[in-house]
Design a binder for this molecule. Sequence first.
Ligand SMILES: C[S@@+](CC[C@H](N)C(=O)[O-])C[C@H]1O[C@@H](n2cnc3c(N)ncnc32)[C@H](O)[C@@H]1O
Length: 246
Amino acid sequence: MDTRRLKEEWEALAPRWIKEVREGGNSVRKGLIDPVMLKALGNVEGLRILDCGCGEGRFCRLLAERGAKYVLGLDLCEPMIEAAKNLQSEREEYRIRDVQDLSFLESESFDLAISYLNQCDLPDFESNVRETYRVLKKGGRFIIANLHPMRSASGKWYKDESGRKLHVMLDQYFDEGERHWEMLGVKFTNFHRSLSTYINCFINTGFVLNEIIEPTVTEDKLTEYPDLEDELRVPNFIVYVLEKPL
Ligand SMILES: C[S@@+](CC[C@H](N)C(=O)[O-])C[C@H]1O[C@@H](n2cnc3c(N)ncnc32)[C@H](O)[C@@H]1O
């Protein structure tokens, strides 16, 4: 599927997505992925940060609040960028761009880059990895949260007659490519790749893989967000901490 059609899908999803992020419970983000991402990021004070696929800017705002010097959020979906601009502080900038092509950015101009649930949306995630490597300073890190390859492959629960979840079905793992889902009542497309495809790309690009984290829910977060119970059973998400060598 070409990028123009993927962009149209995101434009159709954007109003519901923005409402959900800004008014919904956001259990997966607040209870599961944010704590892991923020710990991996560490102190961001004074840093120049690139956010690939920033959506309506939620994580950029969080980084600016934590003292980042400059955060550039890129997203190919215009309504997302418009929404981000509406809440923008002076340390944030937002642009409508395809993160598979960062040729408009100078080499070695960022201290840190993040990708928060965006690489699964890219037909050519390798270009994003290569380009992010180029724009990072030596010693800079690229922290990626993504769908877990175990779950992006097929992703359905096998349930008994009463609807109780028995186990997740894993199939088509080695069949990489498009997957079709529905989110917030809107049909959209994303892409499945195996764990080795991702990791080999990171390594072949030149990154050092410092850490892999498979977020699961802690007891206190489970009390706060009871709907995260499945996260104790299966890995839905994965976080890679990459570093460009000195
Ligand atoms: C799952 S959302 C995540 C948004 C944001 N990072 C967050 O955590 O709220 C994925 C985002 O990636 C954007 N996106 C998809 N393909 C893209 C591309 N090729 N270039 C830039 N952004 C893209 C979508 O428009 C959407 O805003």
